[in-house]
Design a protein around this ligand. Sequence first.
Ligand SMILES: [Zn+2]
Length: 161
Amino acid sequence: MTYHLEDQLSAYMDGELTVEERQQVESHLESCESCQVLLEELLSVQSTVIHAFGRIQEPEDLEIRVLQALSDKKERATAEKGWLLVPLAAFVSLVILWFAAGAIFAKVLHGFLKLMIALVYMGSHLLSGVPVLSGLTVLLSLLIITASVYSLRRLLQTSTS
Ligand SMILES: [Zn+2]
């Protein structure tokens, strides 16, 4: 059985290898078409997930919404001065909580991504004798990742609104 990159490919993508290991991976990639194709697929999955997460973390109109909410509170506060600090403090802690949840979410997502990459890699090499099945496995994994990212986005939006 031919030696493949197995565990090293994910570490290679994350830049966690030593110079020597990196050179080994690169020289294997030069001679192994199967690992080349897989690396490209993994990189595209990774960038899709990172891109999707980037959109969750920083909605374009967040700053406008924060400023609007703050000015709304100020207008109301001129009528009820005593109550200014309560809603403002609540709002600020909500925003802080929102960003803290985002940071935890990023860590969970990174662990999840590594697991998915390992699964895709294992599946692909197990079924590499049957090209059609191998393609189906990768497609199925992409589908699962897309569905997970979508449901996580929905969950995050529901819990913050
Ligand atoms: Zn290989």
